[in-house]
Design a binder for this molecule. Structure first.
Ligand SMILES: C[S@@+](CC[C@H](N)C(=O)[O-])C[C@H]1O[C@@H](n2cnc3c(N)ncnc32)[C@H](O)[C@@H]1O
Length: 230
């Protein structure tokens, strides 16, 4: 699977980057080092990192959560946009990928804002719910394993403060959510039918939930923004 099916033609994508991207040097370095990893396709593109930092600034977020850290690009985009006394809890399973993340967070001077939890994200979320963090997060970015998206979303919604924001990545699954005949299912690194069904079902659940406001953006692999109503 590659990113051929992305949403705007390449010439326009190049223009978009030229006309609007202000990627800090430290993020660019991290992106270029990550590009050498065979799993680099998992990293969000820089224009999406810029959108996350824009959103975090817009809502004045000081307490954020991230499911799926990888080499730390999205975490760093968010942490750089937050004030000194802010906190982001970053969840991942991989010591190896997050070791690279930690190097860059250190160099960027934001390590003190990031609490990395190496554990299944569901465990971390349940732990946060059990320890009094309900209704307290300003912003969450969901970008870990797709088959758990509904379980993540349900917990994250409880952890989000009224008026807070949840950003859910890969809501298009490279188009699989909208295809009758899968193109990337069961290929190497493709999506399983469980993942496709889960993301489709989550997209439907959010649309049908009167307690949230939503917008689904055709950026990267599809990004849904959900605001928990006041
Ligand atoms: C798509 S990548 C995240 C990319 C990252 N947000 C970025 O911008 O670079 C997904 C990450 O989720 C992690 N992951 C997969 N299953 C997980 C689980 N059950 N709990 C926590 N993290 C998980 C993987 O180790 C991987 O680093």
């Amino acid at each position: 699977m590659d990113k051929k099916d992305l949403l705007i033609p390449q010439f326009l994508h190049e223009y978009l980057l030229k006309a609007s991207l202000r990627e800090p040097e430290i993020l660019q370095e991290l992106r270029l080092e990550t590009a050498r990893d065979p799993a680099a396709v998992m990293q969000i593109p820089p224009e999406q990192g810029q959108l996350l930092s824009f959103l975090v600034q817009l809502i004045g977020a000081k307490k954020t959560l991230e499911l799926g850290t990888f080499t730390g690009y999205s975490t760093l985009s968010v942490a750089l946009a937050m004030p000194e006394d802010s906190l982001t809890i970053a969840c991942d399973l991989s010591e190896e990928w997050t070791a690279m993340a930690k190097r860059y967070w250190e160099r960027a001077g934001v390590s003190h804002k990031i609490d990395l939890r190496i554990a299944p994200a569901l465990e971390t979320l349940d732990n946060l719910l059990e320890t009094g963090h309900q209704d307290s997060f300003d912003f969450t970015f969901i970008d870990a394993d797709k088959q758990s998206y509904i379980a993540y979303y349900e917990r994250v919604l409880r952890l989000t403060r009224p008026g807070g924001l949840i950003a859910i990545d890969n809501v298009f699954l490279f188009g699989e959510v909208a295809r009758d005949i899968p193109k990337y299912q069961d290929e190497q690194n493709g999506f399983t039918s469980e993942q496709i069904q889960t993301v489709r079902q989550l997209n439907r659940m959010i649309l049908d939930d009167p307690n949230v406001t939503l917008t689904m953006l055709p950026i990267a692999d599809g990004l849904t923004l959900v605001r928990k109503n006041l």
